[in-house]
Design a binder for this molecule. Structure first.
Ligand SMILES: Nc1ncnc2c1ncn2[C@@H]1O[C@H](COP(=O)(O)OP(=O)(O)O)[C@@H](O)[C@H]1O
Ligand SMILES: [Mg+2]
Length: 697
């Protein structure tokens, strides 16, 4: 179906123009200039011939089949034209015209009608409101960009058409080549997922690069991206935030979540490499496109300058890359063959007066070394430095080895020529060591992603009937916020343990329960209207005796009625006191794009002040939950710092997995918090002490 967009045999330009200042001229002329090998049909009722091609009054009057139509007519006419394309049996439409969703209500209606026409006839639409599509494989330049792209193996999609033109412009100078280059625009029909699928199987594409502002369908995006990254890297920029924060939030998790966290989680869980700037996007894309991937986390540096070598080492250490320890053979060889003043340990310093031959010798030695995974060749231009010869020597050697090598010819006026020669050998050049290091870092992360097992979802025995009953009952009574007692029933039904707890309606009942549980106990005000119990002095810990239980009951009820006179008071909860636990928080809020976003962090100040929390999209595999736990910095406090016994992290992972399962199976749960979950010593489990659940209406 999408064949029309990567291998069209004929193209029509509807709205082709004879006026060189018009879009309809530019697009037609671009198609002709790009060397499109198939038939080209300009469509314009007022012309017989444009740019030497026979012109037709409408697509219906074209004598042959048309695979792809590029539409540049004004928005109000687009629907008619699309209808005609449908009748003609056109398979794909590239709607460059603007004046749709982006201009408000009328435009939105028009866009909906356009999609409806496409559905009726079964054709697909790219756009509207786009720069167009450029393809160096076909080749075809169906866009109003000033130039054609250079051929290459990066497929690029962008939600911003304007960004496309600058990227293209920049790529010509930097020598960056593209296989496919697509502006997505309003994504009325085709969106990022369609192109991921299309390019997944494309032998001409080695790397997919994307500039995204949002995704159309989160679930489909996750599924597809997760699969595609197994066969080729996806590097993406996510810009802007969607209106996810607009809804009212009542949980901790809800306040800390949001679309940015959801995207971060989505990228991590699908192996998408995230770039933070356009420069980084293409630094990485070019690295992946031109060099083999890093197979061993061990970077060697060959340099003719000490300072940049040290900076490269620093950058490696900052991002968690290992600086290779060269083998004794390599070190001995370098010692023998380099001048005495050279540094023969990594970074290998060939000294400022190094000519091409010295670089060649050192580079070959480190490439041969089995302790080395990849090499950065740093060159600073000095009076005797042979920039071009060195580049050529590097290129020749690199082509004989299968390890990735990145150039770092620093400067520009003098080193540019060297960079260009490196490029001929498919070696990317980065002007500062940090940029080269970032490429290796991304490669290593991608390597680790490829080795991760396909996530398996654990299954649990849930008492689904009980969960269903509690939820239905609350909703029937019009209560969407489930307090501790109902939430407790649900968690218990999921196999999440908590301290023994019971509701006392009178001081006498409270004493009876306390005797039954055993002292010390904790008492908490029980009211469906009081969310944060501590805030109104509604929690008392470490209660030791029956008389204290009685007094506390009266005190808590007194405080509650004073602070919130209208609150319904059920009584007090009497609870077993959990001793020696560490407090963590496990929660969930629902993201409008990706669904259930599960959160983990250490409780108290760590979550409130440091916001040291991690997120993943449910459902979760065990590995994902473990990663999530290990990601927060404060996890060290659970691992047993300074002679402390380690906490039961396994039990935390188990609770996270059960919560992830619960919120996947019961989509009516829109938010929840277990705060705190008390984690006991290793082997002793974790206890959900306080919790709340919010239901959708
Ligand atoms: N059963 C318990 N054992 C030990 N500490 C508890 C217990 N229940 C509550 N706490 C402590 O009291 C704090 C507040 O209690 P909690 O039930 O979370 O109420 P809220 O969050 O509504 O103020 C908890 O964060 C925890 O430190
Ligand atoms: Mg709490």
């Amino acid at each position: 179906m999408l064949e029309a967009f990567i291998a069209p045999k004929s193209v029509a330009v509807i709205g082709a123009s004879r006026d060189p200042t018009k879009l309809g001229y530019g697009v037609l002329s671009n198609i002709i200039k790009s060397g499109f090998p198939g038939k080209i049909y300009p469509i314009n009722p007022n012309a017989d011939e444009i740019l030497g091609l026979k012109c037709y009054p409408s697509i219906l009057s074209v004598p042959d089949e048309v695979d792809l139509a590029v539409i540049v007519v004004p928005a109000p006419i687009v629907l008619n034209v699309a209808e005609e394309c449908g009748k003609k049996g056109v398979k794909g439409l590239i709607v460059i015209s603007a004046g749709f969703k982006e201009v408000g209500k009328e435009g939105l209606e028009r866009e909906k009608s356009l999609v409806q026409i496409a559905r009726n006839y079964g054709f697909r639409i790219l756009g509207p409101n786009i720069l167009g599509l450029i393809d160096t494989v076909i080749p075809l330049n169906a866009s109003f960009a000033a130039t054609m792209a250079l051929p290459g193996s990066i497929a690029f999609m962008s939600q911003s058409g304007a960004l496309c033109t600058s990227v293209l412009d920049m790529s010509l100078v930097e020598g960056i080549g593209f296989s496919r280059f697509v502006s997505l625009g309003n994504k009325a029909d085709l969106n990022e997922v369609d192109f991921l699928e299309l390019w997944e199987e494309d032998p001409n594409t080695r790397v997919i690069a994307a500039y995204l502002e949002g995704v159309t369908n989160g679930t489909r995006f996750l599924e597809t991206a997760r699969r595609v990254t197994r066969s080729k890297p996806i590097i993406a920029i996510k810009a802007g935030t969607t209106g996810a924060g607009a809804k009212a939030v009542s949980s901790h998790t809800g306040t800390l979540a949001g679309s940015e966290k959801a995207y971060e989680a989505a990228f991590k869980q699908t192996g998408i490499i995230r770039a933070r700037s356009v420069q980084e996007l293409f630094d990485l894309a070019v690295g992946f496109a031109r060099q083999p991937i890093l197979e061993k986390n061990a970077i060697a540096i060959v340099t003719n300058a000490g300072g940049p070598g040290i900076m490269a080492v620093d950058a490696c250490e900052r991002v968690g890359l290992q600086v290779a320890t060269l083998s004794p053979e390599t070190i001995a060889y370098l010692k023998e063959n380099l001048p005495p003043a050279a540094n023969v340990f990594n970074p290998v310093d060939v000294l400022g007066d190094a000519l091409a031959d010295r670089y060649a010798l050192a580079l070959e030695a480190v490439l041969k070394d089995p302790n080395v995974g990849g090499v950065i060749v740093i060159l600073t231009p000095q009076v005797m430095t042979q920039v071009e010869e060195t580049a050529r020597a590097v290129g020749e050697i690199v082509s004989r080895y299968s390890k990735p090598v990145l150039g770092c010819f620093m400067g520009r006026a003098t080193t540019e020529k060297g960079a260009r020669i490196l490029r001929e050998y498919r070696i990317p050049n980065y002007e500062v060591p940090e940029r080269a290091v970032a490429v290796f870092k991304a490669m290593w992360e991608y390597r680790e992603w490829l080795e991760k097992p396909i996530p398996e979802l654990p299954t649990f025995e849930f008492d689904a009937d009980t969960i269903r009953k509690v939820i239905d009952q609350a909703r029937k009574e019009g209560r969407l916020l489930l307090g501790d007692s109902e939430a407790r029933l649900i968690l218990e039904a999921c196999g999440i343990k908590g301290p023994r707890t019971a509701l006392a309606r009178t001081p006498e009942e409270a004493v009876a329960i306390a005797e039954e549980i055993g002292y010390p106990v904790v008492m908490k005000i029980a009211s469906p209207d009081i969310i944060h119990k501590t805030d109104i002095g509604g929690v008392k810990l470490n209660i030791q005796s029956p008389s204290e239980v009685r007094d506390t009951f009266d005190l808590l009820v007194y405080r509650a009625t004073r602070y919130m006179p209208d609150a319904t008071i059920w009584g007090c909860q009497v609870q077993q006191m959990v001793k020696g636990g560490k407090e963590v928080i496990v929660g969930m809020s629902r993201d409008p794009q990706f669904g259930p976003l599960v959160m983990f962090g250490l409780g108290g100040i760590y979550v409130e002040i440091l916001k040291d929390v991690s997120f993943r999209i449910a459902p979760l595999s065990r590995e994902e939950a473990e990663e999530m736990v290990n990601e927060v910095k404060t996890i060290q406090l659970l691992k047993g710092a300074r002679g402390e016994r380690p906490s039961d992290i396994k039990a935390v992972v188990d609770v996270i997995l059960r919560v992830a399962r619960l919120v996947t199976d019961f989509p009516e749960i829109v938010e929840m918090d277990i705060n705190p979950l008390m984690v006991l010593e290793e082997g002793k489990g974790a206890m959900a002490v306080d919790m709340r659940i919010t239901l959708s209406p």
